[in-house]
Design a protein around this ligand. Structure first.
Ligand SMILES: Cc1ncc(COP(=O)(O)O)c(C=O)c1O
Length: 361
């Protein structure tokens, strides 16, 4: 039977199995207060990225939702790229804000700071760059724009756990940095996310998000508690944190393997438009562009190589249908294809993928 090469595939072993069994038999599976394994995960992740505060939640969408709730964006503009998962835009609407789609830079597929400068207005309250595929966005330039225009930097780092920017881990730059630990991500959990907080208000923001992630409950003493805010049911569960702790301990090793594969691809693929190699990138995705995308995807599928489209631009979705004209995003949106780059790929898989891409492209 023909082997199938999956697009995403978490690396799991005995350590995860044993840890999950322990959590199962502990009978302590979840707590809105964020104690137990969740607290342990937050503390270890904090150390890993070098950020002062981390609040674990149930997914990356919630992380973005909560992070933007700190800014106060009702009827205000928030700048985002359109080439992203739809949650980047939805999180703005959840908070009553207005997504302003801005074009990307064709090499990194991250927000283009020059285009941001053209679209920013007095009504802009936040900029949310996406570190696309794990490639760090131009944080310094965007941070400068934020300072000049009195708006906040909230990063969508769903793809970028373990990525670096100017020798610092992604996670300790923006006011809030949002991670996803969805099973396909570099640090997979059954479901999970996290907001890392930086800057002078980080402690205050950490307290507020701890309250908001558990229905607004606070001041809990024994069986007594108060509700001080509108909150949601967004806390992380113990099983996710248990797997997350094991995955975190091997994250750098697994990201190293992703980088090794990406280096081979960027050297060997004889494709005109492909993701560049950059040692700062965690390579959640590896993309190439093909003008006959549907045919190309079908051919790869026929020989067992699964691919994906990340993404169709959000501003072209029926729900968002915006009049924005984003030339680079729209062109790339019709051509982009994701190729398997996960650490479970064997040397034979990698060789087969390179040969096949070069034959079909
Ligand atoms: C760029 C980006 N932002 C946000 C999210 C949302 O994360 P989650 O699926 O954990 O809610 C994702 C997930 O795919 C993503 O890729």
């Amino acid at each position: 039977m023909k082997k199938k090469i999956k697009l995403f595939d978490p690396v799991v072993g005995l350590k995860e199995e044993n840890a999950i069994k322990k959590t199962l038999h502990s009978h302590f599976w979840a707590s809105g207060e964020g104690t137990g394994k969740v607290l342990e995960f937050e503390n270890k992740f904090k150390k890993y990225i070098g950020s002062g505060s981390c609040v674990a939640v149930n997914n990356g969408t919630s992380a973005l939702h909560l992070a933007l709730s700190l800014v106060g964006i009702k009827n205000k503009d928030v700048i985002i790229p359109s080439l992203s998962f739809v949650s980047t835009a939805h999180a703005i609407l959840y908070n009553g804000g207005i997504p302003i789609f801005v074009d990307i830079e064709p090499n990194t597929l991250c927000l283009d700071p020059d285009q941001v400068n053209k679209k920013i207005t007095r009504n802009t309250k936040a900029i949310v760059p996406v570190h696309f595929g794990g490639m760090p966005a131009e944080i310094n330039s965007i941070q400068k724009i934020c300072k000049e225009n009195d708006c906040k930097l909230v990063e969508d780092a769903a793809h970028a756990v373990g990525s670096t920017y100017k020798n610092r881990k992604i996670g300790n730059h923006g006011m809030a940095v949002c991670f996803s630990f969805h099973p396909v991500k570099n640090l997979p959990m059954p479901t999970g996310g996290l907001v890392a907080l930086n800057g002078p208000q980080r402690k205050e923001n950490e307290n507020l998000l701890q309250i908001k992630r558990w229905c607004g409950i606070s001041n809990r003493k024994g069986v007594n508690y108060d509700v001080t805010n509108l909150g949601w049911n967004m806390y992380m569960n113990e099983f996710s944190a248990t797997i997350g702790l094991v995955q975190l301990s091997k994250l750098d090793k697994l990201n190293k393997k992703r980088k090794k594969i990406a280096k081979i691809y960027s050297k060997e693929f004889c494709v005109e438009n492909k993701m560049p190699y950059n040692s700062d990138c965690s390579y959640h995705l590896y993309w190439i562009r093909d003008k006959n995308r549907s045919k190309f995807i079908k051919k790869l599928k026929s020989i067992g190589i699964e691919t994906g489209i990340h993404y169709k631009p959000i501003h072209q979705m029926s729900f968002y249908k915006s009049r924005s004209k984003l030339l680079t995003t729209e062109k790339i949106g019709t051509e982009i294809v994701s190729i398997p780059v996960h650490p479970n790929l064997s040397d034979d898989d990698i060789e087969f993928i390179v040969k096949s891409i070069n034959k079909f492209c």
